[in-house]
Ligand binder design. Structure first.
Ligand code: URA
Length: 433
């Protein structure tokens, strides 16, 4: 087989055979294919696309390019959840303890935050002592012992994706549906779960900017899961404004605790109830989504989800006195209120701008090597649809940095205020099963 022939075949719009895709992924992984041929192939895929069989085949070969996590030693249906990323997205920290408290078996491998989006592992590390890097043995034992573990993915999982993503990033080939879908799903397949819930976000703070693109990505990923025998469902959710009120690591952990105690923001609660209903159905703990949703509501009411969060952190070395007394989290040196300059209804929040501002304040990383300031971030007192008086606080900036005057000056312009009453857009748009 010659790579040039595969490039030509895809360039001319033909479908590739499984063995041809296997040849490509092997050459990417063992370094035998030069970057220029890989890049040319990626560009051909970007223009010509891939059918469902090709995309599933690419996903499987990518997943098999490195370590495959074997979760057979865990009893029950192993559940995983993945978000395509957003601003203030602390869903996993609320949802997964609730699902586990209801009897679901949750084995999640997670990622770090980059750019304007945060990552679950970073949020977890804001609780002192928490170890997110764990051996596979510890991971399996913890899931068997308490029904829940959230750890970082091993470096040896899916090396083909690392190489392909790095090349896509510099060859303008990130925005290809089959390449995005196979990149996300290959890591999930390699992580070994039986059932996967995908939270595919759309809007200014999300990777997919439009509802249609999010739907197409969700359909592509659900189809991959189906081809590869994993129960995969997707929930399409709005990320045109941040989720909840807190953005930034320890601020988000505090909000997760409040939500588990039934005192959280309504949008986050709505999302965890719907997603939890779906996951409990996937785990065959609930007969249907409605029954699952009721179980999640009960786990919020009776505090069992919160107690599961404490168990999760104590099994991963975290000092749970911070979760029991959230005021123990160290506060940023500066808390700067940003006020409205006229009254009216909040009609739009620039979610991407706030995510980038939070990153610049120290809450996120511009490059993977950056160090995070756990106490930095933003707290939104007003969200879309809320009424605000002239001079009322829209949001508070938390930072330890001295030089933030440009952010302070510009941040109010991330809010649009209208004289007319504004309806908030629905958070959950569709479920794809
Ligand atoms: N996230 C991934 O893991 N891969 C992509 O290609 C895009 C987003």
């Amino acid at each position: 087989m010659r790579m040039v022939d595969l490039i030509e075949k895809k360039r001319d719009g033909y479908s590739l055979l499984d063995e041809e895709i296997a040849y490509f992924v092997k050459g990417v992984t063992d370094g035998s294919l030069p970057d220029y041929q890989i890049s040319a192939f990626l560009m051909a895929v970007l223009f010509r696309g891939m059918n469902e069989e090709e995309t599933a085949s690419l996903t499987l070969h990518m997943a098999q390019s490195g370590d495959l996590v074997d979760l057979d030693a865990i009893k029950g249906i192993k559940l995983d959840k993945h978000s395509t990323g957003g601003v203030g997205d602390k869903t996993s920290l609320v949802l997964l303890p609730l699902v586990s408290a209801c009897g679901g078996v949750v084995a999640k491998m997670s990622g770090r935050g980059l750019g304007h989006t945060g990552g679950t592992l970073d949020k977890m590390e804001s609780v002192p002592g928490t170890q997110v890097i764990q051996s596979e043995e510890h991971f399996i034992k913890q899931v068997n012992d308490i029904g829940l573990a959230i750890i970082g993915q091993s470096k040896d999982v899916d090396p083909a994706d690392k190489k392909l993503y790095a090349l896509r990033d510099v060859t303008a080939t990130v925005e290809s549906l089959p390449l995005i879908a196979s990149s996300i799903m290959s890591k999930k397949i390699a992580s070994g779960a039986d059932a996967i819930l995908l939270d595919v976000k759309f809007g200014s703070g999300a990777f997919m900017k439009t509802l249609d693109d999010a739907k197409s990505l969700a359909h592509a990923m659900v189809s991959i899961g189906k081809h590869l025998g994993r129960d995969t469902r997707a929930i399409i959710t709005d990320m045109d404004e941040p989720l909840g009120q807190a953005i930034g690591n320890s601020l988000e952990v505090k909000e997760a605790i409040k939500t588990l105690k039934g005192q959280g923001p309504k949008d986050l609660e709505e999302l965890v109830i719907k997603a939890g209903g779906l996951m409990l159905t996937q785990g065959r703990v609930a007969k249907n989504v409605e029954e699952g949703e009721k179980m999640i509501e009960q786990a919020i009411l009776d505090g069992s989800g919160y107690r599961k969060l404490l168990e999760l952190f104590s099994h991963q070395g975290g000092d749970i006195s911070y979760l029991l007394n959230p005021e123990k989290f160290s506060e940023a040196k500066y808390a700067i209120p940003v006020k409205a300059t006229h009254r009216g209804y909040v009609s739009k929040i620039d979610c991407l701008a706030l995510g980038l501002d939070a990153m610049r304040l120290g809450a996120g990383r511009a490059v993977l090597e950056d160090k995070i300031d756990m106490s930095a971030g933003l707290y939104l007192h007003k969200k879309v649809g809320d009424y605000v008086e002239d001079g009322e606080t829209l949001l508070t900036i938390y930072t330890n940095k001295e030089e933030v005057s440009d952010i302070v000056q510009n941040i109010a312009s991330s809010y649009q205020i209208s004289d007319q009453k504004v309806e908030r857009a629905p958070l959950i748009h569709e479920v794809i099963s």
